[in-house]
Design a protein around this ligand. Sequence first.
Ligand SMILES: [Zn+2]
Length: 216
Amino acid sequence: MSFDFLSRRKYKIANSYSNPKEYAAWYSMLDRCYNTENQAWNNYGGRGISVCDRWLGEDGLDNFCKDMGPPLPDQSIDRIDNSLGYSPDNCRWASAKQQARNRRSSKLITIGEETKSMAEWCEVYNIQYSLVKDRIQDGWDPLKAFTTPKKRTYLNVGDKFNYWTIISKVDDCNKYNCRCKCDKEAIVAAFDLMNNKSIQCKSCSKLGNTYASKNK
Ligand SMILES: [Zn+2]
């Protein structure tokens, strides 16, 4: 459908239409997407952003009004996913403030051919949101930000944590073979060692020889 065809019909509708706000939103949406002279075209039509057939056809404006309902005075049309076009599923009325907030909180990230919110990508890659957020803010490449595992803190053989001394690392996990002061050995997680969750072997615990009490 050519823009000339659309614009001719739109002008006809405009004169008789009773919802000026909806009309204005609908018109400028089409203009951004199909009029190469529009100043914003580069960011819309030029990027492949289009309007769904339902809003383009003979009853386009009527369908648009039916689907969207009336906007509040300070609202304009907002695409939920910025990589997608104008359609009932992807559009809502939102104030400039709401739109800015949405852009901040649900920053959309494109990896390969797919665009998702940061939270959705975090689920896909099973990685902590706050970790990725910091990386993206630091300017990391998105794919790298989601796929680089959290840096592990490696402990060394001979390191001492309370009663424990590290003997060796357990393969493929962040756990260590440790020797207690009493010479019993056990596997202890690095987190437990570093956070004093495990300070000695079970026997020593039972005897009440806690590191803390001994050092009082
Ligand atoms: Zn012990």
